[in-house]
Design a protein around this ligand. Structure first.
Ligand SMILES: Cc1cc2nc3c(=O)[nH]c(=O)nc-3n(C[C@H](O)[C@H](O)[C@H](O)COP(=O)(O)O)c2cc1C
Length: 227
């Protein structure tokens, strides 16, 4: 199994989301899962923001692209291939201003590509190409946005991740949200981390016992289609 592991926090050693994603992979190894990791730190290797050249090139049919357009898309093409080659994803990030870090949004903008990560089928359907992968989102939040909290309605992170990856075929992602980690008393922060680690233990156990399905016929049939 190949796991693509993406961290997105601006913080390094002191980052909770980075610590939790490392913890998850350690637990997965302890559970006996065999895997290799394709690591990407989008806080350092941030994909470029969408500019005019990208916006035009990405919606030009592959056969009509000029060499300049192909060059514009080369980095995004390569990133899409990394996702298509992976069997599972671990995406870890903090909540920034109720949504995702801009570096992770740039990543999404770079990997949402017609003919690569989603395909327009002949019958008009959009077929996301990341349907066979297991997906785990680990998010860290300063406030407590769980159901019943006054901040519950402020969570623009979970729905935006579900929408962006749902379009790419991810039907049932797992979320482990560590909260509250900042705007709370020390006991509540410790409990939040304990709760997150316990949830990650359960996900590690589940991933170790259910291998990814790399022989999905729909995926294989459609993955070679280009726009
Ligand atoms: C620029 C910035 C914006 C933030 N915005 C929010 C927010 O809108 N809601 C929230 O609950 N926490 C917010 N936080 C707090 C972080 O989500 C929280 O500290 C989290 O644990 C950071 O994760 P990390 O340690 O992996 O960087 C923000 C932190 C920063 C630095």
């Amino acid at each position: 199994m190949k796991i693509m592991h993406v961290d997105a926090s601006a913080k390094r050693e002191r980052s909770n989301s980075r610590a939790l994603s490392r913890y998850f992979l350690e637990r997965l190894r302890e559970e006996g899962a065999q895997f290799e990791v394709d690591y990407l730190d989008v806080a350092i290797d941030t994909p470029p923001h969408v500019d005019e050249a990208f916006a035009i090139a990405t919606y030009t049919a592959a056969q009509d692209r000029t060499p300049a357009m192909k060059a514009t898309l080369a980095g995004s093409d390569a990133l899409c291939q990394r996702l298509l080659d992976a069997d599972a994803f671990v995406f870890a990030m903090p909540m920034y201003n109720w949504s995702m870090p801009s570096a992770f949004k740039a990543f999404i903008d770079s990997i949402t590509r017609t003919g690569l990560t989603y395909v327009n089928a002949d019958d008009g359907r959009v077929v996301g190409q990341l349907s066979r992968q297991k997906v785990l989102f680990i998010t860290s939040r300063g406030a407590d946005l769980r159901a019943g909290s006054p901040y519950e309605a402020m969570d623009a992170l979970t729905p935006s991740l579900k929408a962006a990856f749902g379009f790419l075929g991810v039907a049932d992602p797992t979320f482990v949200d560590a909260q509250p980690l900042q705007f709370a008393n020390p006991e509540a922060r410790i409990e939040a981390l304990q709760r997150a680690r316990a949830e990650l233990d359960a996900v590690a156990s589940s991933w170790a016992s259910t291998p990814t399905d790399s022989s999905d016929e729909t995926f294989n049939a459609l993955s070679g289609v280009t726009a």
